[in-house]
Design a protein around this ligand. Structure first.
Ligand code: ADP
Length: 465
């Protein structure tokens, strides 16, 4: 069963409030019971002492005789406090007795106290108790005061009313705090669940293919802001992926359409007997298939680099050595095109994948060869600092127009001048080269002016992190 965050939070708040109230009322009641009982016992002792003092003082006021009216007044007043008095003279003769005066009242007082105590403390073992206090005048015993009560102690109706009020307050507190918890839980649940619901809505839209959907978070809870940001980032990245996928599909389709159409028409012409199926025609078809296979291979390699399937195998390499070897392989091609090739560099060790870095340099050199006219020159330079090394390939070739320059690293992009099939490029070499350099935490940059030439700079960190 799925339970909403709001219900869970509300239930947690209410449970917590009730638990706290329960704990509080338990602690308050047990503390109060102890303190209250001690107070009642003290009050009883104090009242008895006050009565003795009152009778002693009254005896003097009465002219040192036992005044019947006076004893009656003190005795009936004490009954209101739940005390049953008996006055005796020094010889123990009863002078005034509450029981004789009003036995019914005395019994009902004791009964009432017994009911009070049983109500408040079921099983309380109590009964009539009496203490006999000597009465004195100037140090001489003049008589005794017997103070009877429901013992060992009793709660009067006022005492019980006080305890009842206190418990009522606790019940009200429990009710009010449960209500407050209910509102707080609902409110907090709403505040937390609203952005989550929005994020869920956005992810559902993204999952349904609406990659442009974004969630907005109007609360400042860090985790919720992070969650919204993460989902929005995912949306952006999927949108970008989708854009790349669409562009790649159309680019690849566009790139394949022309050679396939050429192949198709050539083959049809040969099948229909319009063209003889001679070596020259078949060779041309074969070259076209080789070009197509190369393009597919390049795309595959690019995909592997971009998706980080292929990772460089790092070694410590002397770039100077590597470049010199590469240049040796190119010397003939440059000479044939009468392009002056020069190199300036000395030993620079760097942590890299030599095969992949060679691939980058081969691409830069073949581009320089391709896009430099006869009689031009190509300069290769290697330099280094403690942290990084730089290789530049500078040519005095056709250059790249300002409009083309930002796009030359894009896959399948070829500048207008090189659209000509004769130059043979597929517009993928530089994309792969940049992916390789990036996999080395390096940068591949270009500066170029149309008609003047281009400078490609590869910067690599000396050590890989
Ligand atoms: P291609 O296989 O077509 O050469 P690249 O990715 O290597 O593909 O290069 C992309 C485009 O950048 C080329 O088609 C060309 O227009 C331009 N380009 C690359 N290098 C040079 C250069 N040295 N001089 C002029 N243009 C260049």
């Amino acid at each position: 069963m799925k339970i909403s965050l709001r219900v869970k939070l509300t239930a947690a708040f209410i449970s917590l409030a009730l638990l706290l109230i329960l704990l509080f009322s338990f602690v308050a009641n047990s503390l109060l019971e102890q303190q209250f009982t001690a107070y009642i016992v003290n009050r009883l002792a104090q009242k008895s002492q006050d009565l003795v003092t009152l009778v002693n003082a009254s005896y003097q006021d009465w002219g040192r005789v036992w005044y019947e009216e006076g004893m009656h007044s003190i005795g009936t007043n004490a009954m209101l406090d739940g005390l049953i008095l008996r006055f005796e003279d020094a010889d123990g003769k009863v002078l005034w007795d509450a029981r004789t005066h009003d036995d019914g009242m005395c019994s009902s007082i004791l009964e009432q106290m017994a009911v009070n105590m049983q109500e408040h403390r079921p099983g309380f073992e109590g009964g009539y108790q009496e203490t006999l206090k000597p009465l004195t005048d100037q140090g001489i015993t003049i008589g005794y005061l017997a103070i009877g009560y429901y013992g060992p102690y009793f709660f009067s109706s006022q005492d019980l009313a006080f305890l009842g009020t206190l418990n009522n307050y606790i019940v009200w507190m429990a009710l009010l705090s449960s209500l407050a918890s209910l509102f707080l839980g609902q409110w907090l649940g709403w505040r937390v669940s609203r952005p989550i619901t929005e994020v869920i809505g956005t992810t559902e839209k993204i999952a349904a293919g609406n990659f442009g959907s974004r969630a907005s978070c109007k609360v400042n809870t860090r985790e919720l802001v992070d969650l919204t940001d993460a989902v929005n980032r995912m949306g952006r990245s999927l949108e970008e992926q989708e854009r790349i996928r669409q562009r790649l599909t159309s680019d690849v389709a566009h790139e394949l359409r022309t050679p396939i159409a050429t192949l198709q028409s050539h083959l049809e012409a040969m099948i229909d007997g319009v063209w003889p199926a001679d070596t020259a025609r078949l060779t041309s078809c074969h070259e076209e298939t080789i070009r197509l296979a190369g393009l597919v291979g390049d795309l595959e390699q690019l995909m592997q680099f971009e998706n980080q399937i292929q990772k460089p195998h790092f070694k410590t390499v002397d770039l100077d050595d590597l470049i010199r070897n590469l240049l040796r392989n190119f010397e003939n091609d440059f000479r044939r095109k009468s392009i002056r090739l020069s190199y300036d560099g000395s030993m620079e060790t760097v942590e890299c994948d030599p095969d992949k870095i060679s691939q980058v340099l081969v691409n830069l050199l073949s581009n320089a060869l391709k896009y430099t006219n006869e009689g031009g020159q190509v300069k290769v330079r290697l330099s280094g600092s403690p942290e990084q090394v730089q290789v530049t390939v500078e040519d005095s070739g056709i250059g790249i127009s300002e409009a083309d320059l930002p796009h030359i690293f894009n896959r399948l992009y070829r500048a207008d001048q090189s659209r000509d099939r004769q130059t043979g490029g597929s517009g993928i070499g530089l994309t792969i080269a940049r992916a390789i350099v990036r996999a080395h935490q390096g940068v591949l940059a270009v500066k170029s002016r149309q008609g003047k030439g281009s400078v490609f700079t590869m910067t690599l960190p000396r050590k890989q992190a």
